[in-house]
Design a protein around this ligand. Structure first.
Ligand code: NDP
Length: 480
């Protein structure tokens, strides 16, 4: 199957007629082709967005809200189709696509359909000066949304929904590795009556299509989720052009476990926070730090639980772990397991590729637990982004905190304890944008989402995203 770009409400092949193979990671075979879009395609998408802007930015909030709600409704209606497409494109278990990815894509549109009707700006009366100031929050114009392959439709819509809700027109690029649900979303947008040119989706490689979007002189804001290296590159291109940037980047998140926690809940959640989506979630707790008192018990129980996870063809309902997204990514993740022993680590469970019957060429890897001696090793310092976690013990709170913060990343952290004072101390002192206490990945879409340090700049979610996608302007009126 050949998917097409979506420009000005139409489905178009790339102007230069270049195509890229799209793989099904469950079987390691090509099953479609996507446009290898060039600068010319990006220009066409930009022009469509620019032409649509005057009208869309003047469309009432009620109308925008209604269209976004309709998109949400259609995503829910087409859940089986979208979930199957996501699972096939990405390798994720179909059950995960059905319960997390696609419902969340619908929720993103529904949330911003409501949020835009509640978004307001400030007014300041300058008492004694007979003046009043108010803030206009105007849409920026044409903006870019660039998203990664791990939660394809979930993250793509997390950016697009607030961008269009606040009156912008969008040039968007999904990851070239997982383009399918973005293509299906385009059909949904037409069906929902989104005016032509408000959303334009250009498929292709990051280094050409993505680069052309970032370099475009009139695309004024970029919302990007992806790797830290790519984020730094995008910042270096966009900063001298004074573009507005929101960068949601990599993580190396600590999962800090104290002996006084609710043990069974912690254990079950830690299996999930380690290996959900084959560990390919930026929020996964890939460094498990355990209080020494319960270290040996945790080790034994964790290994047992992880050994019960079923790896298999992602299209099967009862599996826990599907395929990694690509052959290259599988090799990258495996290379970290291969250096474990050189770094003084010990593989406690897993570590090997897996062959699945009827899917012999798929990209499967065992969930892997590695015991490490020091937080300084590459396994603890670099983002692996696969089904690999490390574990190590700590003795006291200060040590746990020091280990937790001793990485360049600062996206999220998880803390397991029932001690209130400790909860508050860690919450204040952890250098991460999100701290989960006695839970993981519990998301309320109103909250600010994003990372510190090398995990990015800016926040998405709630009104934060609407603030990002609007330009505040101070109007000062003296009425004397
Ligand atoms: P990449 O950085 O490789 O790619 C992300 C997106 O950027 C893709 O669409 C990619 O296109 C595109 N891209 C690549 N190079 C450029 C460029 N020069 N200019 C413009 N766009 C470009 O990340 P991955 O797709 O590998 O995703 C995994 C990463 O994403 C991990 O580091 C993970 O932690 C992070 N992530 C962060 C999240 C957060 O909220 N903080 C959430 C989820 C993931 P293409 O794929 O076609 O190359």
């Amino acid at each position: 199957m050949k998917i097409q770009n979506y420009i000005n409400g139409e489905f178009l092949p790339p102007i230069a007629n270049g195509w890229i193979d799209n793989y099904n990671p469950a079987i390691g075979e090509v099953y479609g082709q996507i446009p290898n879009s060039t600068k010319e395609d990006v220009e066409k998408a930009y022009e469509a967005a620019e032409n649509a802007f005057a009208s869309w930015s003047n469309t009432t909030l009620a109308t925008r809200s209604k269209i976004l709600s309709k998109i949400a409704e259609l995503i829910k209606e087409k859940l089986p189709l979208l979930a199957a497409a996501e699972s096939k494109d990405n390798g994720k278990p179909i059950s995960l696509a059905k319960t997390i990815d696609i419902p969340r894509a619908a929720a993103n549109f529904q949330f911003y359909a409501n949020a835009i009707t509640q978004f307001s700006s400030e007014a300041h009366e300058s008492i004694g000066l007979n003046a009043v100031n108010f803030t206009l929050r105007q849409p920026i114009g044409v903006v870019a949304c660039i998203s990664p392959w791990n939660l394809p439709l979930y993250l793509f819509t997390w950016k697009i929904a607030p961008a269009i809700a606040s009156g912008n027109c969008v040039v968007a690029k999904p990851s070239e590795i997982t383009p399918m649900t973005a293509f299906l979303l385009a059909e949904i947008c037409n069906e929902a009556g989104l005016p032509k040119g408000v959303l334009n989706i250009v498929h292709g490689l990051g280094t050409t299509t993505g680069q052309a979007i970032v370099e475009h002189p009139n695309i004024k804001a970029i919302s990007f989720t992806g790797g830290t290296k790519t984020g730094a590159h995008i910042a270096s291109v966009a900063a001298p052009m004074f573009k507005k940037l929101s960068l949601e980047l990599g993580g190396k998140n600590p999962n800090i476990i104290f002996a006084d926690c609710d043990y069974e809940k912690m254990l079950a959640t830690t299996v999930r926070s380690s290996f959900a989506n084959q560990g390919q979630i930026c929020l996964c707790g890939s460094r498990i730090l355990v209080e020494e008192k319960i270290y040996e018990k945790f080790k034994k129980d964790f290994i047992k639980k992880v050994s019960e996870l079923k790896i298999g063809n992602p299209s099967e309902e009862n599996i826990h772990i599907g395929a990694l997204v690509s052959k290259e990514h599988l090799e990258k993740v495996k290379s970290y397991i291969d250096i474990a022993e050189d770094e003084g680590g010990k593989v406690l469970f897993g570590g090997n590729k897996v062959t699945i019957i009827d899917c012999e060429n798929g990209y499967y890897l065992q969930p892997t637990i590695i015991e490490v001696k020091s937080n300084k090793c590459r396994l603890n310092q670099e983002e692996i982004f696969g089904p690999v976690v490390t574990i190590m013990p700590f003795k006291i709170d200060e040590e746990a905190l020091q280990l937790a913060n001793d990485v360049k990343y600062g996206l999220s952290s998880t803390l397991w304890t029932n001690n209130l004072k400790r909860t508050m101390q860690f919450s204040k002192q952890l250098h991460t944008g999100i701290v989960w206490v006695n839970t993981w990945m519990l998301r309320d879409l109103r909250t600010p989402f994003g990372g510190q340090k090398a995990s990015g700049i800016g926040r998405e979610g709630g009104f934060e995203a609407l603030r990002f996608f609007t330009e505040p302007k101070n109007i000062c009126i003296q009425y004397e």
